[in-house]
Design a protein around this ligand. Structure first.
Ligand SMILES: *[C@@H]1O[C@H](CO)[C@@H](O)[C@H](O)[C@H]1NC(C)=O
Ligand SMILES: *[C@@H]1O[C@H](CO)[C@@H](O)[C@H](O)[C@H]1NC(C)=O
Ligand SMILES: *[C@@H]1O[C@H](CO)[C@@H](O)[C@H](O)[C@H]1NC(C)=O
Ligand SMILES: *[C@@H]1O[C@H](CO)[C@@H](O)[C@H](O)[C@H]1NC(C)=O
Ligand SMILES: *[C@@H]1O[C@H](CO)[C@@H](O)[C@H](O)[C@H]1NC(C)=O
Ligand SMILES: *[C@@H]1O[C@H](CO)[C@@H](O)[C@H](O)[C@H]1NC(C)=O
Ligand SMILES: *[C@@H]1O[C@H](CO)[C@@H](O)[C@H](O)[C@H]1NC(C)=O
Ligand SMILES: *[C@@H]1O[C@H](CO)[C@@H](O)[C@H](O)[C@H]1NC(C)=O
Ligand SMILES: *[C@@H]1O[C@H](CO)[C@@H](O)[C@H](O)[C@H]1NC(C)=O
Ligand SMILES: *[C@@H]1O[C@H](CO)[C@@H](O)[C@H](O)[C@H]1NC(C)=O
Length: 823
């Protein structure tokens, strides 16, 4: 940061000297191209600019740099040369953009004046350009009421139901053309207001209803819940027919905006003390597209296929649906009793969803809400949120998304017959009768029956295993073992796995885990899998096996390896995972050739992924889980190098209220275990934080904590890092492979985070939530770390390695370290 200041300060000064800053436009004072007016603090400028890749001239407002345009005046009518001016009209009433021939290119178009006073244009410190009457000081026009593509703090976006008037964002056509593009963003559904992004006239994305604090259709972690925001505020006026939304920041050190991009995405950008700390487009997936799965479809981006019909519904057009054409959606399988004049419909629950569109809201308790829905034949679903209270829907349910966290539970009305699972079987059998006929019927039912009984025998076996392990788990009293039903987990047949892995051919073997071998395989449908097979002979590992089943079958997160199912037949016990083509992190990290694949950006991406996976385990998943064996070999990488935490054999499930456990059986890997765990068997979220810290420092240094040897002292990696930190030489910890002056600030920030994570005293270590915020620069002020644990190497063996020097950064050294500590 200091570095930036050193370089940019003289330039800023030169600009200041070169042209006297102007702050107003009056009837006697206009601006030409190349001139600007500024806000009082000089953060915002109003003047002429050209977007990227065009020479067209536009008049607009930007924050700090011309690339951060927040408003454009003549967006539809660019100037072709540098002859334009901005002035006040001859009648002293309007702001005009004129071309070289004095033609009006753009006008503020105010017509209903209250007085005869002249007007003056000012740029306020919020970035709002206002026209004020000189005599009264009244605002007669403001740019904030005519937004373009940027939503900035204190601006108001609104919809007036009575007049039909909307203040909305409209995208640019392309990054080079500010003319009105295909997308717009406005407030809709005013009884429970939602943000909508429109693609021309079609809904493109929706935020879900506002519950007084947040939009409930936006997954938990996002720009809308950031710590630098005071948050959004929605106001109703005029008996609820006018709804307005605005947002503010926690203080003036920050500036943020939300920009509707030309592709219909929202880009959220944050500056702190004038420095850009985050620019980015929200990560999208197909489920973000409005109604992606059609009416009554349920979109789950973590599922394959991504669309399924809601329970009690079936594809409207099965042929198209199976071709993954979801557009016609699903229809009800069995008529509701209610429609036939009877009673006895019920509800099935869909947890953590983005609720469908066209909600009706009422102030009822959860029970009353259910009753009301049940008594109204048109009601197809209901839900309850503490803020909005009772939500009900009628007709088709559109734009349901299954979240892994956040959202609310949705109760979908179905016919009574859908509630008990029997009907399904009956239906299958009946259709068999029709298709196959009498004689074949007998055989096929026999086949079905024998198959089903085999399956149920296997399920029974699996169930008894669960019971056995619940005894093992007495250690942590409050586990949720009882809730875990192995029925939820798909069961594979031994034969299927055996075929997939070519009879467990040694050439398919890709690893040897803690309790058995791992094979690569391919299912008949082409899906690649990794199979962990418990060694048959020894009974060893069964505890880890069941633990893994219990823990991971309940978890879904993009940074956790996904368990596809298991296979339990006789002696055979196997776990089936999605296959990760890129091996594990240690495979790259500690290999002098392969580590070149991981430049700093990739490493940071991996670090962030791991931190989010861990945060999910600790906080966001329905169970609270301590992994207890986090290390590079347990981080698998998919084809895009997305990290996936694996190996839950040692994980512990915590009750919601427990914070710390203890065990006499200390498992884990030396070098990654926290001191309180290694020595006293105490474990908590903070023991995972410690392991994460070690891993982070390993990723930055490219060296293993346990096999780290330094010339002079018997120091571990942590000890070495601590020594360098105190000598203000921490920069030489950085792996020469990733050393790049552009990233040094980022890397140093991560080292600082790493050192905070490995502090000796668990209480001092940050939580994963804090770590994630630190990594994303939402938190910028870090405490100084205290001494890490295990600074002395606990082995006598010594080995010399090259004292590799990081790229010559001596000159940068002091600057960066001071700026780091200054934050
Ligand atoms: C408005 O501006 C005109 C021309 O600049 C000036 O002659 C006139 O006195 C101004 N009127 C007032 C009320 O200040
Ligand atoms: C401008 O053009 C260059 C070269 O065609 C391209 O790489 C760049 O992405 C363009 N910039 C924008 C903002 O479109
Ligand atoms: C101003 O009014 C004119 C004529 O009614 C119209 O053509 C023009 O688009 C308006 N300009 C703006 C910026 O609203
Ligand atoms: C917007 O709508 C058009 C036509 O309706 C469609 O072709 C296009 O893919 C849509 N754009 C996005 C980003 O969904
Ligand atoms: C709001 O609605 C109430 C009752 O419908 C009515 O009496 C009142 O005049 C309305 N107020 C406004 C500002 O429209
Ligand atoms: C704003 O908040 C940040 C973070 O809490 C703090 O570092 C900064 O000093 C504050 N700035 C002002 C002007 O209060
Ligand atoms: C906007 O819509 C038009 C016509 O539907 C299409 O040709 C163009 O590619 C779209 N632009 C973007 C950025 O989606
Ligand atoms: C932005 O939107 C487009 C079109 O909808 C999509 O293809 C693209 O991936 C989005 N960009 C990001 C960064 O999500
Ligand atoms: C998808 O299915 C609908 C009817 O269900 C059909 O009209 C449409 O053409 C199909 N789209 C594609 C791309 O096949
Ligand atoms: C149910 O919907 C129908 C058709 O939309 C409507 O005529 C009827 O009044 C509704 N019934 C109730 C109880 O809202």
């Amino acid at each position: 940061m200091l570095l930036h200041i050193l370089f940019t300060l003289p330039i800023l000064c030169m600009i200041k000297i070169g042209s006297a800053a102007m702050y107003t436009i009056t009837s006697s004072q206009f601006i030409k191209d190349s001139q600007t007016i500024s806000s009082n603090d000089d953060a915002f400028k109003f003047g002429f600019f050209s977007p990227a890749n065009t020479t067209n001239r536009y008049v607009g407002i930007w924050y700090l740099e011309e690339s951060n345009i927040i408003w454009v005046a003549n967006r539809e009518k660019p100037l072709q040369d540098f002859s334009g001016i901005v002035t006040i009209s001859n009648d002293n009433r309007n702001l005009l953009v004129l071309d070289g021939q004095k033609n009006v290119i753009w006008s503020s178009n105010v017509s209903n004046f209250a007085s005869n006073s002249n007007v003056t244009a000012h740029l306020q410190s919020t970035g709002n350009l206002v026209l004020l009457e000189d005599a009264t000081g009244n605002k007669i026009w403001e740019s904030f009421e005519h937004p373009t593509n940027a939503f900035v703090p204190n601006m108001i976006i609104s919809t007036n139901q009575k007049t039909g008037q909307k203040v909305k964002l409209t995208s640019w056509k392309t990054p080079s053309d500010p003319a009105i593009g295909n997308f717009s963003c406005s407030l809709e559904r005013l009884n429970a207001p939602e943000f909508f992004i429109w693609n021309k006239t079609k809904p493109h994305w929706r935020s879900g209803p506002w519950n007084g604090q947040k939009f409930i259709g936006v997954a938990s972690r996002s720009v809308y819940t950031s710590s630098y925001l005071n948050g959004f505020d929605i106001a109703r006026e005029d008996n609820g027919s006018l709804v307005e939304i605005t947002y503010t920041l926690i203080n003036s050190s920050f500036f943020a905006n939300l920009v509707l991009t030309y592709e219909g995405n929202i880009s959220s950008n944050l500056w702190f003390n004038g420095y850009s700390v985050r620019k980015g487009v929200r990560q999208e997936n197909e489920c973000d597209y409005y109604g992606f799965c059609g009416p009554n479809g349920n979109c789950d981006s973590k599922n394959l296929p991504i669309c399924t019909c809601l329970k009690g519904f079936e594809p409207k057009n099965a042929v198209e649906w199976n071709k993954q054409n979801w557009s016609s959606g699903c229809v009800r399988r069995a008529s509701l009793r209610c429609e036939l004049g009877g009673e006895g419909d019920g509800f099935v629950k869909l947890e953590t969803t983005k609720v469908p569109d066209f909600v009706q809201q009422s102030y009822l308790s959860a029970d009353a809400c259910r009753t009301q829905c049940l008594n109204d034949c048109n009601c197809t679903a209901y839900g309850f949120d503490d803020g909005i209270q009772c939500l009900t829907w009628s007709g088709n349910l559109i734009d349901i998304v299954k979240f892994s966290g956040g959202g609310i539970d949705l109760y979908i009305r179905v016919a009574n017959s859908e509630l008990d699972g029997k009907r399904n079987v009956k239906q299958i059998i009946i259709s068999m009768v029709v298709i196959v006929g009498g004689i074949i019927f007998a055989t096929s039912t026999y086949f079905l029956w024998s198959r089903a009984s085999k399956r149920s025998a296997r399920r029974k076996e699996a169930k008894s295993l669960v019971l056995n392990t619940s005894q093992i788990h007495r250690e942590s009293q409050n586990t949720n073992v009882k809730q875990v039903k192995i029925e939820d987990l798909p069961l594979f047949e031994f034969q299927e796995i055996s075929t997939a892995t070519n009879n467990f051919n040694p050439s398919n073997k890709i690893g040897h885990g803690g309790f058995g071998s791992v094979y690569k395989g391919q299912l008949r449908n082409g899906l690649e899998i990794a199979v962990k097979r418990l060694s048959r002979v020894s009974g060893q590992g069964i505890e880890e096996f069941m633990n893994e089943v219990i823990v991971i079958s309940k978890l879904q997160h993009r940074n956790l390896v996904r368990l596809l199912g298991c296979c339990i037949e006789g002696e055979e016990k196997m776990l089936v995972y999605e296959y990760m083509p890129n091996n594990s992190l240690d495979f790259y990290l500690f290999d002098s050739i392969k580590e070149k694949v991981l430049d700093w950006k990739k490493r940071l991406y991996i670090i962030e992924g791991i931190s989010r996976g861990l945060l999910y385990l600790h906080r966001d998943s329905r169970l609270r889980i301590i992994h207890r064996d986090l290390k590079p070999s347990n981080i698998l990488l998919d084809e895009e190098l997305n990290p996936k935490i694996s190996d839950f054999g040692m994980a512990k499930i915590f009750g919601r209220t427990e914070n710390e456990g203890s065990t006499r059986r200390i498992v884990g890997t030396y070098g990654y275990m926290s001191p309180e765990y290694a020595m006293e068997g105490l474990f908590s979220e903070k023991s995972d934080v410690f392991s994460f810290g070690v891993l982070l420092l390993e990723m930055i240094s490219g060296r293993k904590n346990t096999s780290f040897y330094n010339h002079d002292q018997a120091l571990s990696l942590l000890g070495y890092a601590w020594k360098l930190w105190n000598e203000e030489e921490i920069i030489s910890l950085i792996d020469p492979e990733i050393c790049n002056p552009d990233y040094v600030d980022d890397i140093l920030r991560c080292i600082h985070i790493g050192l905070l994570c490995v502090q000796e005293i668990a209480k001092e270590r940050p939580t994963m939530a804090t770590v994630v915020s630190m990594l994303s620069s939402e938190i910028v002020k870090f405490p100084r770390p205290f001494q890490p644990a295990f600074i002395l190497r606990q082995t006598e063996r010594r080995e010399d390695i090259d004292d590799q020097q990081c790229c010559d950064l001596n000159s940068l050294n002091n600057v960066s370290v001071t700026s780091l500590q200054g934050r």
